[in-house]
Design a protein around this ligand. Structure first.
Ligand code: SF4
Length: 470
């Protein structure tokens, strides 16, 4: 990937539409139709299925003529009519990708519902939505808005699990399933429960999500969704119950916003904080770490790492600064840790080069870049987001993966030495000769001193050729 910032000097992330598609594809009785260039839809479909989508993505193809004459809109209209079967679907999401969005294909003119199936048109062009994480918020907010208007008109369905018996706190942002359970336990002494996690997994859960005492902005970039909660008269709470200090502040904030008594707040803290302290003490992390990602939980992970003893040198996130991440930003900055929002790969790489950490956590290209420098790297999405962060389970789980990764330093150095010179400079890109021939030619060009010096894989490949005569 280029070191330059992405288009419009924005962070580099995958196609933003993937965020919306993923949210739709994970919901029951939800159909998704993509409108865009075939290559975009192919890539999105491939990635969607790589990440476990269990159903097809609808696609309305177009050409220059149908785009210009308005025929594409007619095609979308027809496709949605054919798909709108209430026996199979509660809703259909129609996603305009870059070309139809730029061309102004007016999805908003689609009917609000067909045969009782809700139609949700959504423009998610790469030039308008910066990250796929924010595209998740776009679709979640569009669904919340629709569901809110339905609830305002009359009775709506309860979720399959039934209506909550106590006031609930809705949780915004995808999280490890166990985290929602942990949060529920923390809230219990205050007479509250963990409510739905937004994005929800089924349409009827949207009503329950809105029917909360407060919304917790666990992922602080869900700003459009939070606006829907605000419109529904539900207050929001920033940050999340992560680490001892984060958990204490969060329980206080939730209790206050939900009108819980001081005694009940104290009881909630008493039930959770000592256990959490023990868990943190039992999960020491020693080492310098840089953190970057595009999930929305980067600041939370940094807080927990700091409490476990790690030296966090820098926190970069592709997401924007919002009021909902302010407590975490100021907590980190008060400890001298720089936090950069809308960070690009160049910012993230610069942090790794400046701090030479024992571990770099980040996106795939960042983790790769770190490994090229013999620094262990972890891919945030698959290895950090996929484990508990909150409650007593968080510190131990995080420490396990972080300490193991830091321990790979020696292996990284060995690998780095072995592959020295490979895939760089003239050995990068497409080889027109077989690699060992190329390596031999390079070694000869560099002279005998280089061949007898510190041997990288290139030189070894040349020696290999000599030994086997191939
Ligand atoms: S051109 Fe637009 S829709 Fe297509 S992959 Fe890129 S960002 Fe996504």
């Amino acid at each position: 990937m280029s070191e330059r910032a992405g288009v419009f000097n924005q962070p580099q992330t995958m196609c933003p539409a993937f965020g919306s598609l993923r949210v739709g594809l994970r919901m029951r009785r939800m159909a998704t139709v993509a409108v865009g260039s075939a290559c975009c839809v192919y890539g999105l479909s491939f990635t969607g299925h790589f990440y476990g989508a269990r159903r097809s993505i609808g696609y309305v193809p177009f050409d220059s003529e149908s785009l210009i004459t308005g025929g594409l809109f007619e095609d979308v209209h027809q496709a949605v009519y054919e798909l709108a079967d209430p026996r199979h679907y509660d809703a259909i999401v129609v996603v305009n990708l870059c070309v139809p969005s730029a061309s102004g294909v007016p999805l908003r003119l689609l009917p609000e519902a067909i045969n009782g199936v809700r139609i949700l048109p959504l423009d998610v062009p790469g030039f308008g939505v910066t990250t796929h994480a924010e595209a998740k918020d776009r679709l979640a907010a569009a669904m919340l808005r629709y569901a809110r208007s339905e609830a305002e008109r009359g009775p709506v369905k309860a979720p399959r699990s039934g209506r909550a018996q106590v006031p609930v706190v809705t949780l915004l942002g995808e999280m490890f399933p166990g985290d929602a359970v942990s949060i529920g336990r923390m809230l219990e002494p205050m007479g509250l429960a963990a409510g739905q996690v937004v994005p929800t997994r089924e349409w009827r859960e949207l009503y329950a999500a809105l029917d909360c005492r407060a919304a917790a902005a666990i992922h602080p970039h869900y700003t459009a969704s939070l606006a829907e909660f605000e419109a529904a008269g539900r207050p929001a709470v920033p940050s999340a119950p992560v680490g001892r200090e984060g958990t204490e502040a969060w329980l206080e904030a939730v209790g206050e916003v939900c009108g819980v008594s001081r005694e009940a707040i104290a009881a909630a803290k008493e039930a959770t904080l000592p256990v959490l302290e023990e868990a943190i003490a039992a999960a020491p992390i020693r080492g310098k770490v840089t953190i970057s990602g595009y999930e929305g939980s980067e600041l939370l992970v940094a807080r927990l790492l700091v409490e476990c003893g790690a030296e966090v040198c820098a926190v970069n996130t592709a997401l924007p600064q919002t009021p909902w991440s302010d407590p975490d930003r100021s907590w980190l900055e008060a400890r001298g840790i720089p936090v950069r929002f809308r960070a690009t790969l160049r910012d993230e790489s610069a942090a790794v080069d400046a701090h030479r950490p024992d571990l770099a956590i980040g996106t795939t290209p960042l983790a790769q870049r770190a490994k090229e420098r013999a620094i262990p790297g972890l891919y945030f999405t698959n290895l950090i987001s996929a484990r508990p962060l909150m409650g007593p389970a968080g510190p131990g789980s995080l420490a396990q993966v972080i300490n193991a990764a830091i321990g790979y330093k020696e292996r990284c150095t060995t690998m780095n030495e072995f592959f020295a010179g490979v895939g760089q400079g003239p050995t990068a890109g497409i080889w027109h000769r077989s690699p060992h021939q190329l390596a031999t030619a390079l070694a000869q060009a560099a002279g005998s001193a280089a061949v007898t010096g510190s041997a990288g894989a290139g030189q070894r490949a040349g020696q290999h050729k000599g030994a086997h005569g191939c």
